[in-house]
Design a binder for this molecule. Structure first.
Ligand SMILES: [Zn+2]
Length: 204
């Protein structure tokens, strides 16, 4: 074998070793997005506006926009049906999802209460809390809504070990926010906020 042949053999061997040693790309993890309520359960109803419809519109927008950001989204429901709450998180686990985000719109007796909140279960682990904080910051940044922070409450999210959070994207009982929540442009901003929050959470 001449020197050129030997050099070629060395280069080929080195390339093969590099290919074999390079890390395999991780399989694209699925993110499960839940549109809260549905079917016989409308959630909050104010001035004829049903929370379940707002939640679904935003969830569908998240799914539509996600591929452009390299995110694969599966929804717990894509139509106006009720899905059992524990089944929603079981579905996420069965799919091997990376995380679970539930979308809701809020209600308060006082119409002056407006803004975005993100909820975790009272027993939430640090990962769920980190997800909630990322979502809260991103949705507030995308919408300009009042930041009402991350809160804890007993939620069905305790039935999963996945990082899980529930975003209350605004108050239907707040007249100005109710108008915005019905606006497809504002719904898009919320959807983009949710995607940004997930990406921020995953980037660490
Ligand atoms: Zn709700």
């Amino acid at each position: 074998m001449d020197r050129l042949g030997l050099l070629l053999l060395l280069v080929l061997t080195a390339s093969l070793v590099l290919v074999l040693l390079s890390p395999k790309p991780a399989p694209e993890a699925v993110v499960v997005i839940d549109a809260g309520h549905g079917g016989h359960d409308p959630g909050a109803v104010v001035a004829g506006i049903q929370e379940k419809d707002i939640n679904l519109a935003i969830a569908l927008l998240v799914q539509k926009k996600a591929p452009a950001y390299g995110l694969k989204v599966i929804l717990t429901r894509t139509t106006d049906v009720y899905v059992d709450l524990v089944e929603r998180v079981r579905l996420a686990e069965a799919l091997g999802a990376a995380l679970y985000v539930s979308i809701h719109a809020n209600y308060h007796r006082d119409p002056k209460v407006c803004g975005v909140e993100t909820w975790v279960d009272t027993n939430a682990d640090p990962e769920s809390l980190r997800l909630a904080q990322a979502l809260q910051s991103a949705v507030v940044a995308a919408t300009g809504a009042q930041d009402r922070g991350v809160r804890r409450q007993t939620l069905y999210l305790r039935h999963t070990a996945l990082p899980a959070a529930l975003v209350e994207v605004g108050y239907l009982s707040c007249p100005a926010e109710r108008a915005k929540l019905q606006d497809p442009m504002y719904q898009e901003r919320i959807a983009e906020g949710i995607i940004s929050g997930i990406l921020a959470y995953q980037s660490r």
